[in-house]
Unconditional design. Sequence first.
Length: 437
Amino acid sequence: MRACAVLSAVGAAVALNNGQARTPPMGWRSWNYMLADVSQEKILAQVAAMSKRYADLGPSLRELGYSDVGIDDGWQECGAGVNGTFHNATGWPIWNSTSFPDPAGMVAKAKEKYNTTMGWYANNCKCHETQGHTWPWNGGGNVHQDAVASGLLGFKGMKVDSCGPALNMTSWGDELYAAMEDIVIEDCLNKGFWYRHLDPVVPTATLLKTCPMNFYRATRDVAPEFYSTIHNVNAMVKFLTPYYKDPTRAPRPGCWSYPDMLEVGVTQGGSSLTLTESRTHFALWSIMSSPLVLGFDMTNETLYREVYPIISNKGALQVNKAWAGDSGRLVKNSTATFEHGSCVGAPCHPAPVQEYNAWQIFAKPMLSSHKRWAVLLVNVATEEQTIPLLPSDVSSDLGDQATATDVWTGESVTLSGSGATDFRVEAHGSVFLFLDA
């Protein structure tokens, strides 16, 4: 596999295809709640909370499919390695032993006591290891050692970020797969190159075809702010548009695209989503087949109870998991537009003002016959909007005599029967439907 890694650097590898992530992965990751202030104790508390069942609510999050807890930066001993890095002279990663006295024991406890897998994080952003490297850092980092270490410690997931010098995802896929065949790999997909307006080591079109990862992000960091979530979904749509018609490059089982982690229940920098915005946000991630990676404090029972009806909804989860040959896409924009600011990342950093459509319609086939669809009407504007829905705009297979069911409640929704049905939608709200021919 070491020789394969050399060949794959010039695009000779085949897809990872390791049998993982046949549906979009579900789990939790630390960054949105903890930033880099993580520890073994804090992480295990989240593992326990994910598995906790409240009798009056129903299944635990773990039972619903949120099955992996990931450490997202902050595990490392900054400056303890060679040349101020966090890798020793032989390239092995150095953990902060005060915060994480027993990483292997932590992973084992999560699995044995809570039946929960754990994910790790590489090519870190906190104290990134660009010392002694010149851009584009070809061959940089310690990919082999990090991959082997993840296997020895028992991790079943790895997020590869873009801040350090190890930016060849094909090499990451080869090395991680060699270390453990059942790992789930997340990639920040060449963003280190895009930020610099440079071509990546492996061209993006090639990377999407070989797909040495199980899911990837093609957007900036999301923030707990409504227009940040809308920006990221539309940025992902724009990125994917050239690839939608090519099934070997479009999002698919084992190779999903997503607009970053979920912000439901998250507060950072004084910014958070309302429950209305959270429902829209979760519905957008669901209809686009995005991995559902939570980031709120699951040990906070009040917060847990508040967001549980959203993140546990059977209809929304059904939409997320369905695969009928299409991961979901934007099908219609309003002609009316407006300008609004947003923010980036956690904590929330102001982003430039940009133009948005007043409303948008997204859709995803639920059956290969295209006789059943999930449809999401989103009011992007700051005031109530009328959004017209014509089933044939979604698919000609639906015709204009389709029946509708509310995804959230399972209740029937009356359509006009001829022409478009107008839905009055509150600001930042949405209407989530199943349409059946």
